[in-house]
Design a protein around this ligand. Structure first.
Ligand code: XUL
Length: 541
């Protein structure tokens, strides 16, 4: 039997999952999570984000991520499992966030001493104490500059898989270079959250995988290497500061002596880390084209595997590298779980009451655009929910309208992927809520399935670790074989769409799209459309 560890450093928490594989025997044997706010209160984060002075700026602490890793490895060591069987480890991390390291980094990471905590040994290695994360939307100016310098939006999208996005690492690096030229010059390495944590585990300077590198506006999708024009368009001297890009299956090294001596762990192989969405692709079993997954986490995302890159000409979505060596299409929505939580708290509900509100309230002819925070899809720089056809609606209707809106915006903005969505693999914390998933089924007109493991990113990381080990032993072991028994939708959880409701949502979605266009000053007043739908509903009784 072999054990494989997957870690997921997300926006709000660090999760570890260990899977055990012995032929057809496959089990999750350990799962543990720690919340940054609760476990590491001295960093003073809220939902994993450092105190925000400017609503457009969102940063976190790389030191906190490292300290969390130390705490979690201590928990793993005490799991009671026979960790001599731990063959390999991989990880997943929130995408786009960047870590800026100075000249002391390389020596420090290679010489970690088991006699002292990790954080004390890397404290002096940062050229920038705070890391900008994916929730940051402060780089509109830098996006415009990078776009112009790299030959325009279409060229950037075609070469890198995405037009310039505020949270993408390239525009973030450019802003740092412009605002803090001296610390930028003192930066010898810019890591992503994923490659930073892989470096700490392996005691080396880890590469970035194509899945996470494609969230930077810097990688050439076709060659899976840095695109020099984009690198030059971003900041001077950047090429030398970037790690290499290596396939997601790369063995970066072995667990460094720090972890072995401090926690009695074996010299397990460390496999390149990737972004949370590429890892979730594996953790929801999407190793073939055709189906999509919807992840309901801090961000809500819709994604699916693509054999060949089909870049979104509307500029909404992204093409990333997939851990299988293929590609994945993805659209990301910022107002996910924090918006659901905000609504729940506003009306003093627990999750049972939230579900009851959904179950007891049919969709109505009104729309809320759920932009409580600046939104990524569609691009909404100024926060503030907008309401159409609803005033003083009351708690239940507000909850229903919010979840309807979250599902409608996902359905509308994932059309570019060109997939006829008839089956959805639902994952992320809120995928445990069947009332939310019933709304998903009704809006998309698709069958929705849940999974035994809700953290598909951590599971995907564990399965990527397993894949690297199994293929090293038997080159015929494919992805289908690796995900089997773990990342399969549970037949008993099947949620079928209600055809009548779906018919209504198809009409409401047109109104929703019109409201969105109006709010973004791209379309006329949608009131006549709302009126027409109200009439039709009244006539139908
Ligand atoms: C994807 C994105 C988020 C983060 C955090 O592009 O920004 O999904 O990866 O989960």
């Amino acid at each position: 039997m072999s054990l494989y560890l997957g870690l997921d450093s997300s926006t709000q928490s660090l999760t570890a999952i260990i899977v055990a594989i012995e032929g057809d025997e496959r089990h999750v044997v350990f799962e543990s999570s720690l919340s940054f706010d609760e476990a590491l209160p001295h960093y003073a984060t809220t939902h994993g984000v450092l105190p925000r002075r400017d609503p457009l700026v969102a940063t976190s602490s790389p030191l906190m991520w490292a300290e969390a890793l130390d705490l979690m490895m201590a928990k793993v060591a005490k799991s009671g499992l026979d960790l001599r069987q731990l063959a390999s480890i991989s990880g997943s991390a929130q995408q786009h966030g960047s870590v800026y390291l100075n000249a002391a980094w390389l020596q420090a990471v290679r010489a970690l001493d088991a006699n002292g905590p990790l954080v004390d040994q890397i404290r002096g290695t940062f050229a920038r104490e705070e890391s900008p994360i994916w929730m940051d939307s402060s780089t509109a100016e830098e996006c415009a500059e990078v776009t112009a310098r790299a030959g325009g939006s279409d060229a950037l999208a075609r070469r890198t898989g995405s037009r310039a996005f505020e949270r993408f690492t390239g525009p973030q690096i450019r802003r740092f270079f412009k605002q803090s030229p001296a610390p930028y010059r003192a930066t010898v390495r810019v890591h992503l959250v994923s490659s930073f944590l892989a470096s700490l585990l392996s005691g080396s300077d880890a590469p970035i995988d194509p899945g996470d590198a494609s969230g930077m506006n810097l990688m050439d999708l076709a060659s899976q290497d840095w695109w020099q024009d984009a690198v030059d368009a971003t900041a001077p001297g950047l090429r030398e500061k970037l790690p290499s890009i290596k396939p997601s299956t790369t063995v970066v090294g072995t667990l460094s002596p720090y972890w072995q001596a401090r926690y009695g762990l074996p010299a397990a192989k460390v496999i390149a880390w990737s972004g949370d969405n590429p890892c979730s692709l594996i953790g929801t079993g999407l190793v073939r084209e055709g189906r999509v997954a919807v992840s309901l986490g801090t961000s809500d995302t819709v994604f699916g595997l693509m054999r060949a890159p089909r870049v979104d000409v509307t500029g909404t979505g992204h093409v990333f590298g997939a851990p299988t060596g293929d590609y994945m299409g993805l659209t990301c929505f910022l107002n996910g779980s924090l918006a659901r939580e905000r609504m729940r708290n506003q009306f003093f509900m627990d999750w049972a009451a939230f579900s009851h509100a959904l179950d007891s309230t049919p969709p109505g002819v009104h729309v809320v655009l759920p932009w409580f925070e600046p939104e990524i899809t569609p691009a909404v720089p100024l926060a503030g929910a907008r309401r159409y056809g609803m005033a003083n609606a009351g708690a239940n209707v507000e909850v229903r309208a919010l979840v309807d809106a979250q599902m409608m915006t996902m359905a509308l903005h994932s059309r570019w992927m060109g997939v006829e969505i008839d089956t959805i693999h639902a994952t992320g914390g809120a995928a445990a809520n069947r009332s939310i998933l019933q709304t998903m089924a009704n809006v998309f007109g698709a069958t929705v399935y849940q999974f035994a493991v809700s953290n598909s990113a951590a599971l995907g990381a564990a399965l990527r670790a397993a894949h690297a080990d199994l293929t090293a032993r038997d080159s015929a072991a494919g992805w289908d074989d690796v995900v089997r028994g773990f990342a399969e939708p549970m037949a008993s959880t099947r949620i079928a769409p209600d055809a009548r409701r779906h018919g209504f949502y198809r009409e409401l979605m047109q109104v929703y799209a019109a409201c969105e266009a109006h709010a973004l000053e791209k379309g006329p007043d949608p009131e006549p459309l709302l009126e027409r739908l109200r009439d039709r509903v009244a006539r139908a009784g």
